[in-house]
Design a binder for this molecule. Sequence first.
Ligand code: 2AL
Length: 176
Amino acid sequence: MDIKAVNSMSYEEFIDLFGNAVEKCPLIAGAIWSKRPFTTFVDLETSIFEFIDSLPQTGKEGILRCLPDLAGRELQSGTLSAESQKEQVQAGLTSLSHEEQEKLHQFNSLYKNKLGFPFVIAARMSDKSKILQDLTARIQNPPLQELYNGIEEVKKICHLRLQDIHCKHAVRPTNP
Ligand code: 2AL
């Protein structure tokens, strides 16, 4: 898919394609719609990131609260979004030992109780042991630092989702 095809999409088509680039936040795709035409996919991504950065602290916290827990109940019940499911499976979160599962649940709860939003990390850039390591380290950080860290992880997740969209819809050259 080239950027011209994106620029010529209807609003509904645009939301269908990019509405979950940031988990459960179609409002963000709706907001950057008015920035069209985009010059490149990078330009579109930059518009999303600038919109996120422009939000007040409460807005950023709201974005973080839309992310499902890692290895949480929704992973067990198969009710995650397709994107989250793929990310969590790829990080090995469906093959945790009983001890790893317990530890992740315990620290996820501690983190959420302390900070008021879930621990967020780009699972596809990590694996189960690094996730546990980062969670136990980041839980020590002050709230503003974690707000910043969480939002930077949301941007990494968004970047990978946009790459998937770009590749999935790429027009392949036909053989002569
Ligand atoms: C997630 C998720 O669902 N996918 C991902 O990369 N990270 N959730 C989270 N709490 O970090």
